[in-house]
Design a protein around this ligand. Structure first.
Ligand SMILES: NC(=O)c1ccc[n+]([C@@H]2O[C@H](COP(=O)([O-])OP(=O)(O)OC[C@H]3O[C@@H](n4cnc5c(N)ncnc54)[C@H](O)[C@@H]3O)[C@@H](O)[C@H]2O)c1
Length: 435
């Protein structure tokens, strides 16, 4: 099948590459000329493990193309995927301007039947809006399908090639048949394809992300309570997670969730609720708890030193989580902002996300070329991302480099046994403080 993907970011590029890998011819469209030029030269513009190999293979096989010209792509495609940004507007609602402006272009440009597949995360009712915009511009038949994306950055290729399920919201039998054909290589191996109406499909994505945000936040509150009563969240986590109704995943406490999805999707669902005179009390509480959780260690650092003025903090990790260069809503950024406000200096190390942070924070902080250089002359270490290179550090070398043997660990990177005899003061989340 010939497929266009409009919006070639994290979701669009991975989806496009996956669909090409499944044998389709895929035209990836983006308005960012620089990005398109780089992709044409065989450069993957994002950090995503495993993507480059598949990307290059499909370019070489002439199944994957890049263009800024949407008309050129649409003319050659039967199916048009939208993987456009839906960032939070001022009031928290999902900003649909990217999606609706492309819908407008599609309405103006199509000359034959198309299926428009929305992969962006959008509020209930968006398929109807997209349909209305396109219908206002053309009499050519078309169908709009909701096909939310569940990939995780850092595991995007794996998730995209081995999805747990494919959700398709559509009221058109013809469109459903086309979607079933596209995903046949997955359903053939037992992956369920779940058909439903567009509204239920749109809500499925928000419900899934919000549930995960609640799960993380619930565990963060349990962790904070553990500290009050002297319980160990690692033990509680294992004890709880062994119940298969609960499961072990998303029970790891830390300095809050960030990223391009959970914060914006929780906000958007709250706002969608308000629009219907409905209050998502759980989500409002989740947002409030997470906001505090992201910077919970700043108070601890301040308490430890008395003041943050003039203190030099080494920060390991800047990405919102490991295995990605994405820094959208990263806890590191909240910590940087408050620490700087309170007069601290920061030297950060993140081999993958540094460039993206530089674009926002610039030289307000210093950047180190490796994890140990970041520690030189610093008063303490703050860990903000769970990169695996931090898991087994050389504590002796750390002690040599740091002014004080003090670690604030926002991602519970080390076991208590690892730190116990090192002489370090070690404050993590939901566990006893050592030292
Ligand atoms: N990133 C994730 O992990 C993830 C997972 C599931 C769902 N989603 C959802 O998928 C959607 C896309 O997210 P993303 O992270 O890929 O965003 P992104 O910002 O990485 O990519 C969006 C791309 O769209 C391009 N674009 C903007 N306007 C355009 C236009 N008019 N024509 C063509 N291209 C245009 C941008 O240049 C950018 O390259 C969002 O709704 C998001 O919530 C994201």
């Amino acid at each position: 099948m010939n497929i266009s993907i409009v919006g070639t970011g994290y979701v669009g590029l991975v989806t496009g590459t996956t669909l090409a890998e499944l044998g389709n011819t895929v035209f990836c469209v983006d308005i960012d000329e620089n990005k398109v030029e780089r992709m044409k030269q065989g450069i993957v513009p994002i950090y995503e493990p495993g993507l480059e190999e598949m990307f290059l293979r499909n370019i070489q096989a002439k199944r994957l193309f890049f263009t800024t010209d949407i008309k050129e792509a649409l003319d050659q495609s039967d199916v048009i995927y939208l993987a456009l940004p839906t960032p939070p507007g001022g009031d928290g609602s999902a900003d649909l301007s990217f999606v609706l402006s492309v819908a407008n272009q599609i309405g103006e440009m199509i000359t034959s039947y198309k299926v428009i597949v929305n992969k962006s995360t959008v509020p209930v009712g968006t398929a109807d809006k997209v349909r209305a915009v396109i219908s206002s511009k053309t009499d050519i038949p078309f169908d709009v399908v909701s096909n939310p994306e569940f990939l995780r950055e850092g595991f995007a290729v794996k998730d995209s090639m081995n999805p747990s399920r494919v959700v398709v919201g559509s009221s058109s039998e013809k469109a459903k048949e086309i979607m079933a054909k596209i995903y046949q290589p997955f359903t053939n191996t037992g992956v369920p394809i779940i058909f439903m109406d567009e509204k239920s499909s749109e809500l499925t994505k928000y419900a899934a992300n919000s549930f995960l945000a609640v799960k993380i936040t619930f565990m963060n509150e349990i962790a904070n309570y553990c500290e009050k009563v002297g319980a160990d969240v690692d033990k509680v986590r294992l004890g709880m997670g062994s119940d298969d109704r609960i499961g072990h995943r998303f029970l790891f406490p830390g300095i809050g969730y960030g990223g391009s999805c959970f914060p914006k999707d929780v906000k958007a669902l709250i706002k969608s609720g308000h629009d219907e005179d409905f209050t998502f009390k759980i989500l409002e509480a989740t947002e409030e708890v997470n906001k505090k959780q992201k910077v919970i260690l700043v108070d601890e650092i301040e308490k430890y030193f008395g003041t943050l003025k003039g203190k030099k903090i080494a920060m390991w990790g800047l990405a919102f989580k490991a295995n990605t260069d994405d820094i959208r809503e990263a806890s590191s950024l909240d910590n940087i902002e408050i620490l700087l406000e309170k007069g601290a200096q920061i030297v950060a190390y993140d081999a993958i996300a540094e460039d993206n942070v530089k674009k926002i924070v610039g030289d307000k902080i210093a950047y180190a070329p490796d994890m140990y250089t970041a520690l030189e002359g610093a008063d303490c270490l703050l860990i903000a991302t769970e990169w695996s290179e931090f898991k087994n550090p050389n504590f002796e070398l750390m002690a040599e480099k740091l002014n004080n043997k003090v670690i604030f660990d926002g991602r519970n990177m080390f076991s208590m046994e690892q730190v116990e005899d090192t002489g370090f003061y070690y404050k993590s989340i939901g566990r006893k403080t050592i030292g």
